[in-house]
Design a protein around this ligand. Structure first.
Ligand code: PRP
Length: 213
């Protein structure tokens, strides 16, 4: 039997996904070992393989068929823009993609006077500012701690994920506009969905059933 391979985004989401699978009797003990440095884990009886990758790489593995399925946030799916099928909203890790900044930037935003936007999500920021708001801004790509940008004068606003809002509050920033709600999704490789339809649908069914319990 050919292995079905599942790519999981390293961290909390991988654990939450395994919790859901375990509820349906799909287990993988090795992956639960916090001290392991292994990246790939096998359940021989079920013909399943799981691997942990950097979040932004999950859609890449799935597009190329190196993984048949993946579980990753919709922010990453949108930003990476890979050819994959999005088949299930797990409703985990709910948060929002937002434009945020100091309160004083609110007026700049509404009068089209923002010059620079800092973000880890340049595609999402471009789509929002160029295509939706028809505003010409410079998008500056950062790799983390994006909240720093308006504080030190790199940009007037940021585009970033807001979950509890505590990072913004702690830095004197606020949500100015909401771009889109986000949550974890299951994605599938297009060819795998044809070749291994039954086994993939049964995995998705197991996840869906656990969500409903
Ligand atoms: C994310 C995001 C915000 C923060 C939002 O950062 O980029 O900074 O979480 O969460 P909150 O609204 O609950 O405060 P992450 O922790 O992923 O690290 P980063 O700063 O490297 O992006």
């Amino acid at each position: 039997m050919r292995y079905i391979t599942v790519a999981l985004a390293k961290g909390r989401l991988a654990n939450q996904t395994m919790d859901l699978l375990e509820k349906s009797g799909i287990t993988c003990e090795e992956i639960r070992d916090k001290d392991t440095r292994k990246l790939i884990f096998t359940n021989r009886e079920l013909g399943l393989r799981f691997f942990l990758s950097k979040t932004s790489d999950v859609p890449t593995y799935v597009e190329y068929g190196a993984a048949d399925l993946g579980v990753v946030g919709s922010d990453t799916i949108h930003e990476e823009n890979r050819r994959v099928l999005e088949v299930l909203d797990l409703g985990l890790g709910k948060c929002n993609m937002c434009v945020a900044g100091p309160g004083t930037a609110r007026e700049l935003l509404s009068t089209n006077r923002i010059r620079r936007v800092a973000t880890k999500y340049p595609r999402i920021a471009k789509e929002y500012f160029y295509e939706k708001k028809h505003q010409t801004v410079e998008i500056i790509k950062l790799n983390g701690s994006v909240e720093l940008a308006p504080i030190v004068g790199l940009s007037e606003v940021i585009v970033d994920i807001v979950e509890t809002g505590s990072t913004l509050r702690a830095n004197g920033l606020e949500v100015l506009e909401t771009i889109e709600p986000l949550s974890a999704r299951v994605i599938v490789n297009e060819a795998s969905m044809k070749l291994e339809r039954e086994r993939i649908l049964s995995l998705i069914g197991a996840l869906r059933k656990s969500l409903e319990e």
